[in-house]
Design a binder for this molecule. Structure first.
Ligand code: PBE
Length: 301
């Protein structure tokens, strides 16, 4: 009898130890002397499937031959990705994410871009304003403001951070406009006020686009427009302006990130050029992963 109890105790212990080891291997801090791939199940943590950065990352997986090791890109959302990043950083665990700037993830977390020697993501990006054909004739005031609208990554970040802190996007946009009257005056100088003219902007609900679209809509509202902004997937957003269902969008990350959509719809819309310069897209890791500095390191280190 005693023997049997001992045996049960022994196997319970073995089971417990196995369980603990299994759990702890998921929360193990980054080990520079072990292969990175095995530590994160050869997984890059991504965002929504339609995002340009997801297509570029898939290209990177192929071009850097990460597919030979069965590296995969996990689809989620920006919110899920940043929350996974948050938890990984809290435990100093390894993680590879799809990263871009401007975004508060680079302000809030100690992360770095990986070098991209094959230039899959491109050096720098700009975000363009794209309007429907005929807008200049139909709404010259809005056209002028949209054409002039431009700001810096830092200015965009101010609005993004506020929204991330829980402020309603419209309120964050109004606050920014109030704090930056000279900037707004630059966009609206000499433009006639209008009265209750409807105008529609479409966007994808990425933090950067929530910020820019709300600021532009608010400026147009103060000019006398009745703006509506509508969030949708990236492809319908491009189509909405091309088919004139919407008047404008300020979310065209180029030349690479939205490049395919731009190519498809170029002839059916008017490109007003950059509203923001100095954006960047790529893969990123926490800075404590000191030996991982290039996308090539994902395969070799
Ligand atoms: N982003 C942010 C988007 C554009 C805005 C880089 C995640 C993308 O299409 O990938």
């Amino acid at each position: 009898m005693i023997k049997k109890n001992k045996l049960i105790a022994f196997f319970t212990l073995v089971g417990l130890v196995t369980l603990l080891t299994a759990c702890s291997s998921q929360t193990k801090p980054y080990a520079a002397d072990e292969k990175l791939g095995g530590q994160i199940n050869y997984t890059i943590t991504g965002i929504d499937a339609g995002a340009g950065i997801m297509a570029s990352t898939q290209t990177a997986i192929n071009k850097y031959h990460l597919d030979d090791q069965n590296w995969q890109l996990q689809t989620s959302s920006t919110a899920a990705m940043t929350s996974t990043l948050d938890k990984a950083i809290a435990d100093k665990r390894p993680i590879v994410i799809t990263g871009w700037q401007p975004h508060w993830m680079f302000t809030k977390y100690p992360i770095k871009f990986l070098k991209d020697p094959k230039n899959v993501f491109g050096q720098a990006e700009h975000i363009n304003t794209v309007v429907r054909k005929g807008l200049k004739k139909d709404m010259p005031e809005a056209y002028t403001i949209l054409d002039r609208f431009h700001w810096t990554p830092k200015e965009m970040s101010t609005v993004m951070l506020k929204v991330n802190d829980g402020v309603e996007p419209e309120k964050a946009a109004r606050d920014w406009i109030q704090d930056n009257p000279e900037k707004v005056a630059e966009w609206t100088k000499g433009v006639k006020k209008v009265h209750d003219t409807k105008i529609k902007l479409t966007y994808v609900a990425w933090d950067s686009e929530i910020a820019s679209t709300n600021v532009v809509a608010e400026v147009l509202r103060q000019q006398g427009y009745q703006p509506t902004i509508q969030a949708m997937e990236i492809q319908p957003m491009w189509a909405s302006v091309a088919t004139k269902a919407a008047d404008a969008q300020v979310s065209a990350w180029l030349p690479k990130t939205s490049g395919l959509y731009y190519k498809d719809y170029k002839g059916q819309l008017e490109d007003l050029g950059p509203n923001l310069k100095g954006a960047k897209v790529g893969l990123a890791v926490p800075k404590y992963m000191t030996n991982i500095n290039s996308i090539e390191d994902l395969k070799t280190k």
